[in-house]
Design a protein around this ligand. Structure first.
Ligand code: AMP
Ligand code: MN
Ligand code: MN
Ligand code: MN
Length: 285
């Protein structure tokens, strides 16, 4: 019977999305409405290092009768590199998770001051004030600084921002001081959630290194990996599901929707899994 229902009703699931509580453009309510409009049945709000948008998102999800998964995308260090771990189905009030996120929010404040000073040294006047003015949150991300540089006519788009600023030794570049991956996985588990590695093919790593990272994270308790993202090709999906199987990780999927004008990403418009028996949501149904 269950199989028949699944066959009749297309289940559209998107487990990675942003609102203006981090670097997304839309409010949590607007993102939830958009998810509903695009026919998404299960939707996660996963802002960077904050769960502050979830209360508003939940209210709208109740109005719209859409299933909201409480999520968060947490920055973490692996091998001296920044990676992103998505926590899904978390209790946003868990004290261990809250104190971990508070650390990251504090780091973002001192990092923003340093980024602004770095940009100042490169001739960008009033970087902090101008960035604060366009952000709807006081938790600034590099995306907010990037938007400011575009608005000021200093760069033409995001790509050119990250080519000239905000990374490595470039002006405004500040090394990540996020918690280690194993601690981040623990915060998520303490909050009753599942820990999923975000966009595995977006890190600047060779395939061998990605596989080593998956295996290492899995040994530290990681539950899943995003096998399908907005731009995944069929070949990438096949490859990622193979690596997920080899490292005993469940499959997740998410668009990483931010709502930027130039981002060709839609909520819930993801490819289908070749098979669904290893999906992360099976583990919480
Ligand atoms: P943060 O977490 O503050 O370091 O900001 C990271 C965010 O900046 C990511 O989640 C992306 O949304 C964005 N970002 C980082 N690198 C790039 C890039 N090369 N092009 C476009 N956006 C980027
Ligand atoms: Mn982002
Ligand atoms: Mn990310
Ligand atoms: Mn994201």
């Amino acid at each position: 019977m269950r199989g028949i229902i699944v066959n009749i009703m297309a289940v559209m699931i998107d487990l990675h999305n942003h609102s203006h509580y981090s670097d997304g453009v839309l409010s949590p309510s607007e993102v939830v409405c958009l998810a509903k409009e695009s026919g998404c049945n299960v939707f996660a709000l996963t802002d960077h290092d904050t769960t502050d948008g979830l209360a508003e998102a939940q209210q709208e999800a109740n109005n719209q009768q859409i299933k909201l998964i409480h999520g968060v995308e947490i920055s973490a260090m692996w091998n001296n590199m920044t990676i992103h771990i998505v926590g899904l189905n978390i209790d946003k009030n868990n004290p261990i998770l809250c104190s971990g996120l508070k650390q990251h929010q504090d780091f973002r404040k001192t990092r923003a001051e340093k980024m602004a000073r770095g940009l100042g040294g490169a001739g960008v006047v009033g970087a902090m004030e101008k960035t604060r003015a366009l952000a709807k949150t006081d938790m600034l991300t590099r995306t907010h600084f990037a938007q400011m540089l575009i608005q000021e006519g200093i760069c033409k788009d995001m790509k050119s921002v990250f080519r000239r600023f905000l990374t490595g030794k470039k002006p405004g570049g500040v090394g990540g001081k996020w918690a280690q991956f194993d601690a981040v996985i623990e915060w998520i588990h303490a909050a009753g959630g599942k820990a999923v590695l975000a966009h595995p093919l977006r890190y600047r790593m060779t395939n061998t290194k990605i596989q080593r990272m998956l295996s290492h994270l899995s040994n530290a308790g990681l539950d899943g990996v995003e096998v399908i993202t907005a731009y995944s090709t069929d070949e990438e999906i096949t490859l990622m599901s193979k690596w997920a199987d080899e490292t005993n990780l469940l499959y997740s999927c998410g668009s990483d929707y931010h709502g930027w004008g130039n981002q060709r990403v839609q909520i819930g418009r993801l490819k289908d899994f070749p098979n669904t028996h290893r999906t992360i949501w099976n583990s919480w149904n």
